[in-house]
Design a binder for this molecule. Structure first.
Ligand SMILES: Nc1nc2c(ncn2[C@@H]2O[C@H](COP(=O)(O)OP(=O)(O)OP(=O)(O)O)[C@@H](O)[C@H]2O)c(=O)[nH]1
Ligand SMILES: [Mg+2]
Length: 204
């Protein structure tokens, strides 16, 4: 196991009395990019997962590139929670990655303040649909590149170009298995949301 990696919370810590702002955040991206892993690694409560075992029937349809030991897939969504400080709580929803479940995304985006698009550079084209839907909904997002062990081949600038991302969209590297790394992604998103809110205020 990687150092700092996920350990299942053994209890459900209650929300602190000072928590007064809840933000709905969605983690979205293609099949097998690590969305469930990220929600699990960072959640302070035992996350709700809707994982199903992948069966023979999925051979040829649910193909993972890069040979992982993945045996399950999300069929509805993941749910977790993290308190970033005394007042700010994020409610995390991990989207299902397989194309046949993408119809659920638009519902999942309802009421969302911001999103994380998780990218695996071995399947970069799987990110297009997520970015397209978020832009359609006008949902601010950051792009987190989940660096699987065997790749550091592309720089963030190269990935920005490949995905045609405008300069204002923050990009970060991450290891979705590591709590602090996943937390840093969420902090990047919250900082981005704050910057955008301040810019909006300044133009009023
Ligand atoms: N080496 C490595 N493996 C990872 C990393 N992040 C996730 N994994 C593994 O990759 C596989 C896919 O992770 P999931 O979290 O199930 O991916 P997902 O995006 O939720 O998948 P779907 O819900 O099926 O779309 C799992 O076997 C993880 O253990 C990483 O940063 N490095
Ligand atoms: Mg999943």
């Amino acid at each position: 196991m990687v150092s700092g990696a996920y350990e299942a919370p053994t209890r459900r810590p209650p929300l602190t009395d000072t928590a007064d702002t809840g933000l709905k955040i969605v983690v979205v991206g293609g099949f097998g990019v690590g969305k469930t892993t990220l929600v699990r690694s960072v959640s302070e409560i035992r996350p709700l997962n809707t994982e199903e075992v992948m069966t023979q029937a999925g051979v040829g349809v649910d193909e993972m590139r890069g040979g992982t030991s993945k045996t399950t897939t999300t069929v509805a969504f993941d749910f977790g929670r993290i308190s970033l400080n005394e007042s700010l709580v994020l409610y995390l929803f991990g989207a299902p990655g397989q194309e046949r479940f993408w119809f659920l995304w638009d519902r999942l985006f309802s009421g969302t303040l911001g999103a994380v698009v998780l990218v695996d550079t071995r399947r970069m084209d799987d990110s297009w649909y997520a970015i397209d839907r978020l832009e359609h909904h006008g949902t601010p997002f950051v792009v987190a590149v989940n660096r699987f062990d065997d790749e550091a081949a592309y720089s963030l600038d190269e990935i920005r170009q490949a995905l045609a991302l405008p300069g204002h969209v923050p990009m970060v590297d991450c290891d979705a298995r590591v709590r602090q790394s996943s937390k840093d992604v969420l902090i990047t998103l919250v900082d981005h949301l704050r910057t955008m809110a301040l810019a909006r205020e300044a133009t009023l």
